[in-house]
Design a protein around this ligand. Structure first.
Ligand SMILES: [Zn+2]
Length: 242
């Protein structure tokens, strides 16, 4: 597999015709998912669980502050905040490895679930690029693979109404290309949540997958805060359901 950054694509489109590569071949690599579960504090006879997730890898050459360090810290902060709150369902905090190589970690996770395990998961909130400071990326998109509303997108829209953020949110809109796709493929309600340009979810910041995706250049604490509030409220809402 050979990856090209958005920046290199732009150079090629701008007329660069000679390319030279220094290639290192890595094989037999190991990747890890980091998984934690806070058990339900109220009776949970059918073992229901809701997932909040992000991928903690980044593309080679990019520090990955927004993609997806932002989603990773969102998960860690929600784990801290939700720690002592009573819930009907278990809360799983899942950090996926190797998303950028084709959703490898999340696909591995859903593959090892049996049908009963699939049925116990009430939803997966995937957080991928939840804090960019790029000014035009001021829309918080609710993305499901088929564009249909599901438990996760409905809960985030309801949270946006309660918190007064509906002027900044859009969706559900159809888009895959993150770990929610692995859950959708097994029929588990899932959504991906992220900041993008207002016209279409394909409008990403110019620092996407580049060496400039750093905390200093590509993270807005204000947008991260909104992401935390929306997902925190939506996750807790689902976790309280019998
Ligand atoms: Zn990502």
């Amino acid at each position: 597999m050979l990856g090209l950054a958005e920046y290199h694509g732009e150079r090629i489109r701008a007329g660069a015709r000679r390319l030279s590569f220094a290639v290192t071949h890595h094989s037999g690599l190991t990747s890890y998912n980091v998984l934690a579960e806070r058990k339900a504090t109220l009776p949970n006879p059918t073992g229901k669980a809701v997932i909040v997730s992000a991928h903690y890898d980044s593309v080679p050459g990019s520090p990955g502050a927004n993609d997806d360090g932002s989603g990773t810290v969102l998960c860690l902060e929600l784990a801290r905040v939700l720690k002592r709150l009573p819930t009907q369902q278990a809360v799983r905090v899942c950090l996926w490895g190797s998303e950028e190589y084709g959703l490898v970690g999340a696909r591995h996770y859903v593959k090892q679930l049996d049908e009963a395990g699939v049925g116990r998961i009430t939803g997966c909130f995937q957080n991928d690029m939840v804090a960019t400071s790029h000014p035009p990326a001021g829309t918080y998109w609710l993305l499901s693979v088929d564009g249909a509303d599901n438990t996760t997108t409905a809960a985030v829209n309801a949270a946006a109404h309660r918190l007064g953020y509906t002027d900044q949110t859009k969706g559900p809109t159809a888009r895959g290309s993150s770990d929610h796709e692995a859950f959708f493929e097994r029929g588990i309600p899932a959504g991906n949540f992220s900041w993008r340009g207002g016209e279409a979810p394909s409008q990403l910041e110019p620092f996407y997958h580049s060496p400039e995706d750093t905390i200093a250049q590509n993270v807005s604490l204000e947008r991260l805060q909104v992401s935390l509030e929306l997902i925190g409220c939506a996750l807790y809402d689902v976790a309280r359901r019998k």
